[in-house]
Write a new protein. Structure first.
Length: 114
C-alpha cells in the first residue's frame, strides 16, 4: 500500500469538469448570440459579441487551469485521470480557438445585414 492519502472528491471531479466546460461554453456562446441576434441585431456586432466571446474564452482558460495539475506525471493518480486531463487540455484549446474565430467573425461581419 502507498502512504499517499486518497484523492478528495473535488480532486476526482476536476478533470471531468475541465472536460465538460469548454464545449458547454462554446454551445452557450452559439445559442446565446443567436438568440440575441433574433431580438436585436445591433448589440451583437458591438459590445455583446466581444464580451460574450471574452467570457467564453475565460471559461476555456479556467478549464485548462483545472486540468493542468493532473496532466503531468501520474504520481499518485490513476493513468485514466492523467489521460482525461490531457484530453481536457486539448479540448480547451480547440474550443478556445473556435470561440476566438467566431468572436472575430462577429467583429468582421455586420450583424444586421439581411
Amino acid at each position: 500500500m502507498s502512504d499517499t492519502p486518497p484523492l478528495s472528491r473535488g480532486e476526482r471531479v476536476r478533470p471531468w469538469l475541465a472536460l465538460v466546460l469548454p464545449p458547454t461554453a462554446w454551445y452557450v456562446f452559439e445559442l446565446g448570440l443567436a438568440s440575441a441576434l433574433k431580438e436585436a441585431c445591433g448589440p451583437v456586432g458591438g459590445w455583446l459579441g466581444i464580451v460574450w466571446g471574452a467570457a467564453s474564452l475565460v471559461v476555456c482558460a479556467a478549464a485548462a487551469a483545472l486540468a493542468w495539475p493532473y496532466a503531468g506525471p501520474a504520481g499518485d493518480q490513476t493513468p485514466p485521470r492523467q489521460w482525461l486531463a490531457r484530453v481536457a487540455l486539448l479540448l480547451s484549446g480547440i474550443f478556445a480557438l473556435a470561440i476566438a474565430f467566431q468572436t472575430l467573425g462577429v467583429l468582421i461581419v455586420p450583424p444586421c445585414v439581411r
